[in-house]
Structure formats: structure tokens, C-alpha cells
Write a protein of this length. Structure first.
Length: 159
């Protein structure tokens, strides 16, 4: 694969990380602004028809149980987590897309920490989604490292 194609893959993967970060920020803001009662009411409305049709529906039943047990402290934790996680990633994505030299090592450190946390969470949840996210993060880290080496070489050659 040539360098131009690798750079395009890098840009697309960073843009995907940025889109994911934006979704996290929106989710965090929504959790911060919406009451737990509203969340329960919304989930009840979304699952009502399914539970009428099949009172033992696995997904609808679990969603309703999760919403009913969603405490204010849990809500605040997830709001903070999503918003802070999203803002950090947005700042790193902006730095990477504008070729800021500090953003490359900072992104590698941040993604490493996110991966450690994701693997820790996986040890409790066994969520396949966490593994997919971790593999994608590792792939992005390889691209960031590759791009970082090229940017540094280019800047050193220009001095």
C-alpha cells in the first residue's frame, strides 16, 4: 500500500474517532440534562408495544430493568465519563487533523489508557463491542504512529 493510501486511511479512521467522540459528547450532555424519570418514561414508551406482544422479550425486558435501576449517581458518572471522554478525543482529533506534533504522542497515550480501561471493563462485561472498539483503537494507534514518523521526518527535513 502506498503512503498516499495509508494517509487516506489514517484520515478516515481519525474522522471516525471524531464522529464517535461527537456522539459521546451528545450522549453525555443528554444524560446531564435529562432526569432519570424521563429516561425511565422514554424506555417504557419504547418497549411498551414489544412487551405487550411478548411479555418475556429479552431485550425489551432488560432495557426496562436497566432504566428502572438507573440511579442519579450512575447517571452523573456516565454523563461525566461520556462528556470528558468525548471532549478529550475531539481535541486530539482536531490536533491530528491539523498536524499538531503534540497530538500524535498525546493520542497514543490517550488511546492506550482507553484500551486499558476497555479491557478492564471487558473482564466484567465480556462485551464483544469492547473488543471491536479495542481492535479499532489498536489499528488507529498503528496509523497514528506511522503518520507521526512521517510528519516528524518531513519537519526535520524542512529545517
Amino acid at each position: 500500500m502506498d503512503e498516499r493510501r495509508i494517509h487516506q486511511v489514517f484520515q478516515i479512521s481519525v474522522l471516525l474517532k471524531g464522529a464517535h467522540a461527537l456522539v459521546e459528547c451528545i450522549g453525555g450532555l443528554m444524560l446531564a440534562l435529562i432526569s432519570t424519570d424521563t429516561i425511565v418514561s422514554l424506555v417504557r414508551q419504547l418497549t411498551q408495544e414489544e412487551l405487550i406482544e411478548d411479555p418475556h422479550d429479552f431485550l425489551a425486558g432488560h432495557l426496562l430493568t436497566l432504566a428502572s435501576n438507573f440511579s442519579v449517581s450512575t447517571q452523573h458518572f456516565y454523563a461525566f465519563y461520556l462528556l470528558s471522554h468525548g471532549l478529550v478525543k475531539l481535541a486530539l482529533v482536531a490536533g491530528l487533523l491539523t498536524n499538531k506534533l503534540w497530538a500524535y504522542p498525546a493520542s497514543l497515550v490517550a488511546l492506550s489508557l482507553f484500551i486499558v480501561y476497555q479491557l478492564y471493563r471487558f473482564s466484567y462485561t465480556h462485551s464483544a463491542g469492547l473488543i471491536v472498539l479495542t481492535v479499532f483503537d489498536l489499528f488507529v494507534m498503528v496509523l497514528i504512529w506511522h503518520e507521526y514518523r512521517l510528519v516528524r521526518q518531513h519537519r526535520l527535513a524542512g529545517q
